[in-house]
Design a protein around this ligand. Structure first.
Ligand code: ZN
Length: 447
């Protein structure tokens, strides 16, 4: 470790109690995507008052972005602002049920610690290019019924913060991103270096309109919308045998009933559905089967059906750890064990980092320091050093190694990355959904 790297680590150690308090404060005040106003204020205060930076605010509602330096290449370190609804979590906010059971507050601690260490004038003068600290809203996908309300109010048009920011041009001057998360696949090391593939997903809003009638006097005059859902779900259950295990297709549904009474045939049902798969091709295949099952079930009962598809997240392009990340992890090996990702392991969850990975190189690592399951009531921080301080050190050391010496490592990372989608192609992809994307989508080809 050279003297600058020692300075980075000493700075984070010297502020360990403030960083831990910062993280714990956010941990206990989780907020919903695109409404993380308090969390954003905490990040702004930290970047301004502790780091002497001048953050931009209000990006896609709550995003906060501060730049150290103005030259290129610019490498941004990302922290996600939002919580997840999990009312059973002991730190859930009682009024909203929001919690940080996905550990996004840990990412914000990493961002805060890295921003503090890299803003030290002696460290900052070693950086050739810009280190950008970007706290982004809403990683946890907004379901379509809420998204439609956000659209009407002009708040957001995408179900995730990074797609929203990509479309708004907030990443246009960023050359590469460093992302972090609590471990998402089983890992007994403190750091998992690189990106596993994650599934992409599409959102569907399925509206079924039947006919109300008295359930006892005249059930024959009704059209039961809930029965349509039951039949469609049975068909989808049987169709599972036509989905390849290797494609990791997952279907999540929330069935919402209108204002029905128990003695009225259920006449209106809305299904919020999310279909995930490892590849775009498998996603479209499963999507068509779901459409057919619902349409056929509606036909069987004589119900009206409307299916609207909406943009979800793209699959994450897997990536081996870059040299800077491996070197940084080796510098911390006396305190934290690490290993590189295996491409044989697929993460069946989805993240909007997938969208980012189609536009720029993503340097990702995940970390330990917690127990229990992500999004579960049993999620707990078990080791504050591993959850908050070591990720801050790894992020800062990686950024430093990327940007030092004429940013040679950053330049190499950028030069060897071929974006599967241009900014224009990404906008076109999003536009398809804006135009309705009802029923059969025309296949979008990914290289
Ligand atoms: Zn998460």
């Amino acid at each position: 470790m050279n003297s600058i790297e020692q300075r980075i680590c000493s700075c984070i150690d010297a502020h360990a109690s403030e960083l831990t308090a910062f993280a714990h404060d956010i941990y206990t005040h989780a907020e919903t995507g695109y409404a993380e106003h308090r969390t954003a204020r905490q990040v702004v205060d930290w970047l301004k008052n502790r780091c002497g930076l001048a953050p931009e605010t209000g990006l896609a509602q709550t995003g906060v972005r501060a730049s150290l330096g103005t030259s290129r290449p610019s490498i941004c370190l990302i922290g996600e602002l939002d919580g997840i609804r999990c009312p059973e979590h002991p730190f859930a906010v009682p009024e909203t049920g929001m919690s940080h059971a996905c550990g996004h507050h840990m990412q914000l601690a990493a961002l805060a610690g890295a921003a503090l260490a890299l803003s030290d004038p002696l460290v900052a003068e070693q950086l050739d290019g810009s280190a950008v600290f970007f706290a982004v809203p809403c990683e946890e996908h907004v379901p379509m019924n809420r998204l439609n309300q956000l659209r009407q109010k002009g708040i957001a048009s995408c179900c995730g913060g990074k797609p929203e920011l990509l479309l708004r041009g907030a990443f246009d001057d960023i050359d590469a991103a460093v992302t972090t998360h609590a471990h998402m696949v089983p890992c007994d090391k403190d750091f998992l270096l690189g990106s596993n593939s994650t599934s992409g997903f599409l959102s569907k809003l399925i509206h079924i309109k039947g006919r109300a009638s008295h359930t006892a006097i005249a059930p024959e005059k009704g059209v039961n919308a809930l029965d349509v859902v039951t039949l469609a779900r049975s068909a989808i259950g049987m169709l599972r045998s036509t989905l390849r295990d290797a494609d990791c297709v997952r279907i999540g549904e929330v069935v919402r009933m209108g204002n029905s009474a128990i003695n009225v045939v259920p006449h209106e049902v809305t299904v919020d559905l999310q279909v995930r798969a490892k590849t775009w091709e498998a996603l479209l295949d499963a999507d068509k089967k779901i459409d057919r099952a619902y349409r056929a079930a509606a036909y069987a009962f004589g119900a009206e059906i409307t299916i609207t598809d909406d943009m979800g997240y793209l699959p994450t392009i897997p990536a081996h750890p870059c040299q800077a990340l491996c070197e940084a992890a080796a510098l911390l090996s006396d305190r934290a064990t690490s290993e590189p990702v295996s491409f044989a392991v697929h993460n069946a969850a989805s993240t909007d980092v997938g969208d980012l990975s189609h536009r720029m190189p993503v340097v990702n690592f995940t970390f330990s320091g917690f127990s229990g399951t992500l999004h579960g009531a049993d999620f707990r921080i078990t080791n504050e050093e591993k959850a908050y301080l070591l990720p801050a050190k790894l992020a800062a050391l990686t950024m430093y190694r990327l940007l030092r010496d004429n940013a040679a490592q950053a330049q190499q990372l950028i030069a060897t990355y071929q974006p599967p989608m241009s900014a224009e192609a990404y906008r076109e992809y999003a536009k398809k959904f804006e135009a309705g994307f009802v029923g059969e989508p025309s296949p979008f080809v990914f290289r």
